[in-house]
Design a binder for this molecule. Structure first.
Ligand code: PLP
Length: 387
């Protein structure tokens, strides 16, 4: 059976070059904390990646803390802001990834932190003027946590503007950059944010490897206690091969940043055209069908019929997409993002589908996907006529 992978916002295939570098790193079995040559060779592998990542982001190596994933990075940043930096209020949005949303809810219920949500409009944009007003209206020590690119609809925030507003008003700013890191240029010497997160498997690197960007002198502390690894910000023997894989994947993405962005945007535009022709009445959520303000890898489709089995139907034809974000796929209730964007009528009569691309996606694959989608849409039309 033909297999088509259109779920690159959930995870991406490992690049061959990443696999080769990881295999050779695995053969270097020394513990990076050991002072002998075995350990020091492993340590050098890690420090080389740290320097490379820091250079891409225009920060210092000491500001890059390797972790196991985006979820861990976000947890560490938010929890430590409350525990160690005296944050009393968190301003966020209801459409953050679960690993941010759940962590903030925990801070609210267990630590009594005030949480204020910026309600997104029907396009999925959060209200930056409201953020500014909120920051000016209270003296409470505040953390603002807003994702750079939304994993379900691809909407982007103006990360530089938000960072500047937070800075002017004395608030800390954390941005979940898991979907945009290594896909969009990010210069943290220009963007005055305090914290960001990264996950290697979103750009053809390995799962179980990520990092947190922690602005120097922020005072953040480790959640995991033990040894002094990662400048005492994350105890535990490092995942050397995972870090090496992250470094190689980031290098490949950064070396081809403009080329891949143009190529993937071309595939996305083609998919929009083909889906629009295949399914009369189809819509696209948020800004995902607009060039501006949307991450080029993500397209959020709103099918004009209800079909909770659509993910399975496509899977049976070898096509992998997501019905929500990866974490909520399989769940029958609408995601928080869809609850914010759609009214009750739309929620009851439509089906959202997230299609996400990489530089490996081809036009042939889009043709096959839209042909299958057209068949499903036509079957719904016949069902409606007969009912
Ligand atoms: N944040 C966003 C926006 C994501 O899309 C994801 C993964 O889907 C995560 C965080 C979690 O990253 P990880 O899978 O590395 O835990």
């Amino acid at each position: 059976m033909k297999k088509v992978y259109l779920d690159n916002a959930a995870t991406t295939p490992l690049a061959d070059e990443v696999i080769s570098e990881m295999i050779s790193a695995m053969k270097n079995f020394g513990n990076p904390s050991s002072t002998h040559s075995y350990g020091q060779e492993a340590k050098i592998l890690i420090e080389n990646v740290r320097r490379k990542v820091a250079d891409y982001l225009h920060v210092t190596p000491a500001e890059i803390i390797f972790t196991s994933c985006g979820t861990e990075s976000n947890n560490m940043i938010i929890k430590s802001c409350v525990r160690n930096l005296g944050v009393q209020r968190i301003i966020t949005s209801p459409i953050e990834h679960k690993c941010v949303a759940e962590t903030i809810t925990e801070m609210k219920t267990r630590k009594n932190i005030e949480v204020v949500y910026l309600r997104p409009d029907k396009k999925g944009d959060v209200n930056i003027a409201q953020l500014e007003e909120l920051l000016k209206s209270s003296e409470a020590k505040t953390l603002v946590s807003l994702m750079h690119a939304n994993n379900e609809i691809g909407n982007l925030i103006d990360i530089k503007k938000v960072a500047e507003i937070c800075k002017e008003n004395g608030a800390l700013f954390h941005s979940d950059t898991v979907q945009s890191m290594a896909h969009l240029p990010l210069d943290f010497s220009e963007i005055p944010l305090d914290f960001a997160s990264c996950s290697a498997h979103k750009f053809h690197g390995p799962k179980g490897s990520g990092f947190a960007f922690i602005r120097k002198s922020s005072g953040l502390k480790s959640l995991i206690t033990g040894g002094p690894q990662e400048r005492s910000l994350r105890a535990g023997t490092e995942n050397v091969a995972g870090i090496v894989g992250l470094g190689k994947a980031m290098e490949l993405s950064m070396d081809h940043l403009t080329e891949y962005a143009t190529q993937i945007q071309g595939i996305k535009d083609y998919a929009i055209e083909m889906i629009t022709n295949a399914v009369p009445g189809v819509k696209f959520n948020g800004r995902s069908a607009e060039g501006e303000g949307s991450l080029y890898t993500v397209l959020s489709v709103l099918l004009p019929f209800k079909d909770s089995m659509i993910g399975m139907k496509l899977d049976m034809k070898g096509i992998a997409v997501s019905q929500g974000s990866a974490c909520s796929s399989g769940a029958s209730k609408p995601s928080m993002v869809m609850l914010m964007l759609l009214n009750d009528d739309e929620l009851n009569s439509t089906t959202p589908l997230r299609v996400s691309f990489s530089h490996l996606t081809t036009r042939d694959e889009i043709d096959y996907f839209t042909e299958v989608l057209k068949g499903i849409a036509e079957a719904h039309k016949i069902e409606n006529v007969n009912s």
